[in-house]
Design a binder for this molecule. Structure first.
Ligand code: BTN
Length: 261
């Protein structure tokens, strides 16, 4: 049984699908409302970054959720969305992808998709807008990011098709959200995420949060989606914000903006 009835509203151009979805959530829109735009003029990324969104080059998509479970678990919705994107890419293009905590879907070591979940206070209670940007063509990101970003066109055997991918994505989000709301849904999602992400355990990473940066090894995911990292000095840290990069890839990802996080 579906948890929500997806309704898709389409725009030629928007500042940001997340902003439009938030506006509609405040107006009372139901869970499952999806906003999609052919282009975004002020696409938003994590940590206040921009998300380049040229016309027809990417899937720019947001969905409104009104989770009934504790707000402390809402960060899991980013992890859930990443798993759903993996499912959609697998179903539509037979693509195998990795997930970089917390919000990137990676193909061939490059960023293919970013996710931005934002909480909105509405008269009907708290809502979450989950925004998903998938690079469909190589035009979706600035050329200076070609070493760290990729697209469906570059990695799939067949050309990117927005409608096909969006249909798979909406189905996958509906399935994953239903699973998450079941008994043991949180434990199952965390376990599933760990099977699907090379960043869950045993990965050498650098964590950067504001001016602070350290290197450590990942040691799993907390029940609220936080990443556990053991520093080289043997101290366990629980990471809820900031940037994570594989130590091997760190130098090439520095100083970039746009669709690489
Ligand atoms: C990130 O990796 O920093 C997150 C990027 C999220 C981009 C998507 S595109 C659709 C939705 N609308 C936005 O303004 N941002 C998200």
């Amino acid at each position: 049984m579906d948890v929500f009835t997806p309704t898709i509203v389409r725009f030629d151009s928007l500042p940001s699908t997340n902003l439009e979805a938030a506006r509609r959530a405040i107006e009372g829109a139901a869970e499952g409302l999806c906003v999609v735009a052919a282009e975004q003029t002020q696409g938003r990324g994590r940590l206040g970054r921009q998300w380049a969104s040229p016309k027809g080059a990417g899937l720019y998509f947001s969905i409104i959720l009104r989770p009934a479970f504790a707000q402390s678990s809402w960060p899991l919705l980013t992890l859930m969305a990443a798993v759903a994107v993996q499912d959609a890419l697998s179903k539509s293009y037979d693509l195998r992808t990795d997930i970089k905590w917390p919000n990137d879907v990676i193909a061939n070591e490059k960023k293919l998709c970013g996710i931005l979940a934002e909480t909105v206070e509405t008269p009907k209670g708290g809502a979450v807008v989950v925004g998903i940007g998938i690079n469909l063509t190589e035009d979706s990101f600035p050329s200076e990011l070609k070493d760290v970003a990729t697209s469906v066109d570059a990695v799939a055997a067949s050309p990117a098709n927005l409608e096909l991918l969006m249909e798979s994505l909406v189905n996958a989000l509906s399935n994953q959200y239903r699973n998450l709301r079941m008994q043991d849904g949180i434990t199952n999602l965390v376990n599933d995420w760990c099977v699907r992400s090379s960043y869950c355990a045993g990965k050498k990473i650098r964590v950067t949060d504001g001016g602070v940066s350290f290197v450590g090894t990942t040691r799993g995911i907390e029940k609220d989606g936080a990443l556990i990292v053991e520093t080289d000095a043997g101290e366990l840290k629980v990471i809820r914000a900031g940037d994570v990069s594989s130590v091997r890839a760190f130098s090439s990802a520095q100083g970039t903006t746009g669709n690489t996080d």
